[in-house]
Write a new protein. Structure first.
Length: 287
């Protein structure tokens, strides 16, 4: 029995609408399909070799010291080399755990609260650059196993309060965005058989104006202590690409010019602060 013409026409329109709707979301459908069919990454255990003299010094410091600071511009391989050595230490059984952390602070004051989902979902995008390198070392299957079983842990810096870094290698990424208090909290977590790698670029500081970076503060406070190494990279150590080097130079020239036009920063000591407080209290009482 044939359908009335109006009902047949309506059904035809609905089919056409579904086709149009699918085409309108074609990019989303394609991206979803690609993610679902993404081929597993196989492990590539290529030898870890320093590409520059600065990387060689950084590598030697990581091997020899409990704490290593890697300081310098983007594209110098700080995170790559630190991740590879951390993966190797975990793979060889020198430690039983790898912890990766960074401050939950991004440019323009954005933070994890603006991202949807639970804390693991929120922190996922921040972990991705390191995860890509770990996938190349372990393979995606082995990496997912280690993450699910807590062998590799990713955590925002604030969530490490109360932890003890024991029998672990800890990679602290983007450390220029930690405050002095946060850096002190992090460093006082160090326990037995811990290897700490702290890296960042003080010139890409996203802290609010007037807030001192815990990275530069700790670097100057601790560099004289035995077991602490500080390796500084410069523009000649950039290996990412030629244009990356030119861009960093352009921004750093502007950064330096801006610093020279500012008044010198002054720091108030605790004694000076207390003296001022006592004067204020005395004036209030006398009044």
């Amino acid at each position: 029995m044939s359908l009335p013409k109006n009902r047949a026409a309506n059904r035809s329109k609905r089919r056409e609408g579904r086709v149009v709707d699918a085409r309108g979301h074609q990019a989303l459908l394609q991206a979803t399909q690609e993610e679902m069919t993404r081929r597993p990454v196989k492990a590539k255990r290529t030898p870890i070799k320093a590409l520059t003299e600065a990387q060689a010094r950084y590598d030697a410091s990581i091997r020899a010291n409990t704490i290593t600071f890697g300081i310098g511009p983007a594209g110098t391989g700080k995170t790559w080399l630190a991740t590879m050595r951390a993966a190797e230490m975990l793979d060889k059984g020198e430690v039983s755990k790898l912890i990766i952390t960074r401050p939950a602070l991004e440019a323009a004051g954005e933070n994890l609260g603006f991202l949807p989902g639970e804390i693991d979902d929120k922190f996922g995008p921040f972990f991705k650059p390191v995860k890509i390198e770990l996938e190349h070392y372990f393979g995606s299957g082995a990496l997912e196993y280690m993450i699910k079983n807590g062998i590799i842990e990713t955590s925002p810096l604030a969530y490490l309060r109360g932890h003890t870094f024991k029998d672990a290698v800890v990679l602290f990424d983007e450390a220029q965005n930690a405050t002095v208090g946060q850096m002190k909290m992090f460093l006082t977590r160090i326990g037995e058989n811990a290897k700490i790698i702290i890296e960042g670029d003080p010139r890409q500081n996203d802290l609010p104006a007037g807030v001192k970076s815990g990275l530069t503060d700790a670097m100057h406070r601790l560099r004289h202590i035995k077991g602490v190494g500080v390796v500084e990279f410069d523009h000649d150590d950039i290996v990412r690409s030629g244009i990356c080097k030119e861009i960093v130079l352009a921004y750093d020239d502007a950064y330096q010019a801006d610093r020279t036009t500012r008044e010198p920063e002054t720091e108030i000591t605790i004694e000076e602060s207390l003296s001022g407080l006592h004067k204020t209290l005395r004036i209030s009482v006398e009044a």
